[in-house]
Design a protein around this ligand. Sequence first.
Ligand code: F6R
Length: 242
Amino acid sequence: MNIYTFKDDESFVETAASIISSLVHVNPHAKLGLATGSTPVGLYAKLIEMHRKGLVSFAGVTTYNLDEYVGLPENHPESYRTFMNEKFFNHIDIPLEQTHVPNGNAEDLEEECRQYDQMLDTYGPVDIQLLGLGHNGHIGFNEPGDSLSGATHLVELQEKTRTANARFFPSIDDVPTHAITIGVASIMKARQILLLVRGEDKAEIVHRALKGPITTQCPASLLQCHPNVVVLLDQGAGRLLV
Ligand code: F6R
């Protein structure tokens, strides 16, 4: 595991963007596993900027997102499909049909999970999986517990996750209670993992995930078993690592 801590936002974002753009330069048909949330917003903005300057093209790239809320209309401002379109896809040259986000409005959600998984099995593994880290140690929406699912599945979001995400909604009551997430097996199959974490409020969970015991009670701790993980932290998030 290669862990880097950055003093300033600009170098944090530039490093993340250069990891993704170099991969796309070497392989213009790269498969990218993408994440939402506040952490990768700067990375997406930097990649858009690089694309506008003619430094990177995503025309041949295929993307697979980690997760989606259940029950938000696709064009809801907080659906992860809307997030990805607005924060990234609409500003680069990727055809939208090469982008994939689970459908949280599928009539048969179990079947949607099965099909998303089958797609990942058929076209995966992704060349790089971008991840953020939840305050409770979740990756994707794989919440801590006595066991974890390997496959794409329907998950009930924990109170801590809903509270953290309430900042994007009018109130906590508007935060969906369920989501679809890819499982830890799919995450672990990625050729490379790029974990981004910022903020002092994540310092404790960063320490547990990277230095603590490997346990389903902290899903991100499983990343310690992956052979190719790059972790980028800001100083706040890396505070407890020595
Ligand atoms: C998002 C996702 C989540 C977030 C995590 C951190 O697709 O899967 O695991 O990465 O909740 O969110 P932020 O970046 O908002 O702190």
